[in-house]
Ligand binder design. Structure first.
Ligand code: HEM
Length: 404
C-alpha cells in the first residue's frame, strides 16, 4: 500500500468495560469491535490511555509473530488493561523477547511436547479415576468444579513439575491466592514469595538431575549455566499457576456439553471423534475476558492501511481470531468435523501457550472419564442458575452442579 492510502484519521477510542459474562456467551463489545475493525482502538478498565486492537486471524498471527512488536517494552508502562493490579514481574516469560525468551522456554520445552505429556498419561488417568471413584461413591448431586475439575489439573501439573503429592494442597492454596484479587494484593504477593521459595529449594536440589519432570529440567539447565536460578523459579511459578487454567476451560467445556445434549450424543456414539471435537470446543470457548498482555510497536508498522506508530500498545484477540469467518466457515457453529482447524486458542508466535498439549490431554481424559463412567450426567440446576466467576480474567463456572 502506498503512503497516500494509509488511514491517518484515527478510529474512535472504544471503552471496553469489564462484564461478568455467563455461560459461553461471546463478549458483545468484542463482537462490535470485530465488525468495526479490522483495526480499532480500545480503553480497558485499568491502566492508562488507549491501545490498538486487532481481531482478524491473519493480523493476530502477524502481530504475535513479528519482532517489531515487543513484550519486554511493556515493562514499566501503565498500558490500558483489564487486570486491576497485574503488573508482570521483570524477567517473567510473558514479558521477555527473543533471544532471552527462547533460551528460557527451551529449558523446559521437552516436558510440554506431545511426547513429553504422553509420559504422564497413565498417572494422569489413574489420578482422574480415583477422583471419579470418589464422586460415584459419594453419589449425586455434586459440584463437578470442586470434586474433579479443580483437583485434577492440580494433580497433573504437580506430576509434570515433579512436585511431590504431599505438597499439592500448598500449591493449590498458593495458586488461588496468587490468581484471586479477593484476598488483596498483600496476600497474593506473599503467596508468590512462598511458592517461589518452594521452587527455589526444589530446583536447587535437582541441579544436575537427568529426570524428565519440569523442575529437574530447570535444575539441569541451571547446572549447565543456561538459565539463572531466579529465571528458573519465575518460570516454574508461571507454569504451576498456568496449570490451573484447565479448571476454568474445562468448566466451560462441560457447561457447554451439558447444555447441548446433541454434542454429548455425538461424542458418545463416535468416541474416535473426541480429540478433534476437543479442538473445536477449544476454538469456540471464550477462555478469557477482554485481552491479556499488550505488545508495544518498536517502529512504525502498517496494518491494513492503518499506521501503528512506534511506542503504541497493541492487543490481539485470539477469541476474535477463532471466529474469523474468512478462516472458519460458519464460525458460530460448533462443528466436530471441522478440518483443518487451525485455531489460536493457545496463542501464536513465540509466546504461544506451553501448556497446549497438556490441556488437550487433560480435556481428553476428562471427556472420556465423565461421559463413559457417568452415562446419566446432567446439570442439577437450570443452565441460568450455574454461577459464573465474577471480576475474573479467565472465565469459567464458580461451581458446576451436576447429577447423574
Ligand atoms: C485450556 C487451557 C489453556 C488455554 C486456553 C491457554 C491459553 C493461553 C494463551 C492464549 C496464552 C497467551 C499467548 C500470548 O501471550 O500471546 C497462554 C500463555 C501461557 N500459558 Fe496457557 N493456556 C491453557 C493452559 C495452560 C497450562 C496447562 C499451562 C501450564 C503448563 C499454561 C501456561 C502458560 C504460560 C506459562 C504462558 C506464557 C507463555 C509465554 O509468554 O511464553 N497454560 N496460554
Amino acid at each position: 500500500m502506498s503512503e497516500e492510502t494509509l488511514t491517518e484519521t484515527l478510529p474512535p477510542i472504544r471503552h471496553w468495560p469489564a462484564f461478568d459474562l455467563t455461560g459461553t456467551d461471546f463478549d458483545p463489545v468484542l463482537a462490535d469491535l470485530m465488525r468495526e475493525g479490522p483495526v480499532t482502538r480500545v480503553q480497558l478498565a485499568s491502566g492508562e490511555g488507549w491501545a490498538w486492537l486487532v481481531t482478524r486471524y491473519d493480523d493476530v498471527r502477524m502481530v504475535t509473530n513479528d519482532s517489531r512488536f515487543s513484550r519486554a517494552a511493556v515493562m514499566g508502562r501503565q498500558v490500558t488493561r483489564l487486570a486491576p493490579h497485574y503488573i508482570p514481574d521483570r524477567g517473567a516469560v510473558g514479558v521477555l523477547d527473543p533471544p532471552d525468551h527462547t533460551r528460557l522456554r527451551r529449558s523446559v520445552a521437552a516436558a510440554f511436547t506431545a511426547k513429553g505429556v504422553e509420559r504422564i498419561r497413565p498417572q494422569a488417568r489413574g489420578m482422574l479415576d480415583e477422583l471419579v471413584d470418589e464422586l460415584l461413591q459419594d453419589g449425586p448431586p455434586a459440584d463437578l468444579t470442586a470434586t474433579v475439575l479443580t483437583p485434577f489439573p492440580i494433580a497433573v501439573i504437580c506430576e509434570l513439575m515433579g512436585v511431590p503429592a504431599g505438597d499439592r494442597p500448598d500449591m493449590h492454596t498458593w495458586t488461588q491466592l496468587i490468581l484471586s484479587s479477593a484476598h488483596g494484593k498483600e496476600a497474593s504477593e506473599k503467596a508468590k514469595r512462598e511458592m517461589s521459595a518452594y521452587f527455589s529449594d526444589l530446583v536447587g536440589l535437582r541441579e544436575g538431575s537427568t529426570a524428565e519432570d519440569v523442575t529437574s529440567l530447570l535444575g539441569a539447565a541451571v547446572g549447565r549455566g543456561e538459565v539463572t536460578l531466579e529465571e528458573a523459579v519465575g518460570l516454574a511459578v508461571l507454569l504451576q499457576i498456568g496449570g490451573e487454567a484447565v479448571t476454568n476451560n474445562s468448566g466451560q467445556l462441560f457447561y457447554l456439553l451439558l447444555t447441548r445434549p446433541d454434542l454429548v450424543a455425538r461424542l458418545r456414539s463416535d468416541p474416535g471423534i473426541r480429540p478433534r471435537a476437543i479442538d473445536e470446543l477449544l476454538r469456540f470457548i471464550p477462555h478469557r475476558n477482554a485481552v491479556g498482555l499488550a505488545r508495544i510497536a518498536l517502529e512504525d508498522v502498517e496494518i491494513r492501511g492503518v499506521r501503528i506508530r512506534a511506542g503504541d500498545a497493541v492487543y490481539v484477540s485470539y477469541l476474535a481470531a477463532n471466529r474469523d469467518p474468512g478462516v472458519f466457515t460458519d464460525p458460530e457453529t460448533i462443528d466436530f468435523s471441522r478440518s483443518p482447524n487451525p485455531h489460536v486458542a493457545f496463542g501464536f508466535g513465540p509466546h504461544y501457550c506451553p501448556g497446549g498439549m497438556l490441556a488437550r490431554l487433560e480435556s481428553e481424559l476428562l471427556v472420556d472419564a465423565l461421559l463413559d463412567r457417568l452415562p446419566g450426567l446432567r446439570l442439577a440446576v437450570p443452565p441460568g442458575q450455574v454461577p459464573f466467576k465474577k471480576g475474573a480474567l479467565i472465565r469459567g463456572p464458580e461451581a458446576l452442579p451436576v447429577t447423574w
